[in-house]
Design a protein. Structure first.
Length: 266
């Protein structure tokens, strides 16, 4: 269930050189941003820094700075923040292969997920097949699920069908996970209060079964841990608003599994 387990395009040397140099330059994150109480507030504060990183080709350096902030305990996680950085980069550079090449696997593949999620029509299964490692291909397959849900106007069943139609074997499951994670993540940008209001209804009326049903509810709790900086009490309150007992249990289990994983990585 855990969704965090989750060819580079040819560029002219004259274009690539300044990007590599910029990526190696240390990036300083504004200290005041890291003290905000929720992930959406941190992301909003860091957005000018992300835009500057995209303009100056310092994407890898920014991802390294995010990971360093996690290691130092100034951030509890940077996966969702790396999604936000990727959205900014894609808006600027547009070409998905170029955007993917600017960052690596930092923040539990959050940047890779975000690029494919935000990319235009040139992102698809062939994009994933060209990624240079199994880890990057896996991250890309998961990100396609995010992308399919966005592309279908958040129609979960249509997005799951696209996973089945375009991917194979394990890649289908990773795509499913991406769809159901995005089903909750769509509410993150509304802010913490509105996440708590809307996310508990994310699975209402979907009529999913088996693993898909469990994952849908578990993602409410897992994504909630990103929103509330891995504090279990506010996520418990989110899960308590889920309408059925099965969903409440799955939501809490997703939250606790994410908390355990974050502790293992910390």
């Amino acid at each position: 269930m855990n969704v965090r387990l989750v060819g580079i395009g040819v560029c002219l040397l004259a274009m690539l050189a300044p990007q590599v140099a910029g990526a190696s330059t240390p990036v300083r994150l504004p200290a005041q941003c890291l003290t905000r109480s929720t992930e959406p507030a941190i992301a909003a504060c860091l957005r000018p820094t992300f835009r500057q990183a995209a303009a100056q080709g310092r994407v890898a350096g920014t991802l390294d700075a995010l990971e360093q902030a996690v290691r130092r305990g100034r951030l509890d996680d940077c996966h969702a923040l790396a999604h936000e950085l990727a959205h900014v980069v894609v808006t600027r550079v547009r070409r998905v292969q170029r955007a993917l090449a600017l960052g690596g696997t930092q923040c539990s593949d959050g940047y890779q997920h975000g690029v494919v999620e935000a990319a235009s029509a040139d992102a698809g299964p062939r994009t994933c097949a060209r990624r240079r490692t199994a880890e990057l291909r896996d991250a890309c397959d998961h990100a396609l699920g995010h992308r399919y849900l966005i592309r279908t106007g958040h129609d979960v069943h249509r997005a799951l069908r696209l996973c089945r139609e375009h991917l194979h074997d394990h890649a289908i499951e990773r795509c499913f996970d991406g769809v159901l994670m995005e089903n909750s993540m769509q509410f993150v940008r509304l802010g913490a209060a509105l996440y708590g209001l809307h996310a508990p209804r994310a699975c209402d009326g979907l009529r999913l079964h088996g693993t898909l049903r469990f994952t849908c509810y578990a993602e409410i709790g897992e994504v909630g841990m990103f929103v509330f900086r891995h504090r279990l009490d506010p996520v418990r309150r989110v899960c308590a608003r889920v309408r059925n007992a099965y969903g409440r249990r799955a939501c809490l289990r997703g939250a606790r599994e994410e908390l355990e994983l974050a502790g293992a990585h910390g």
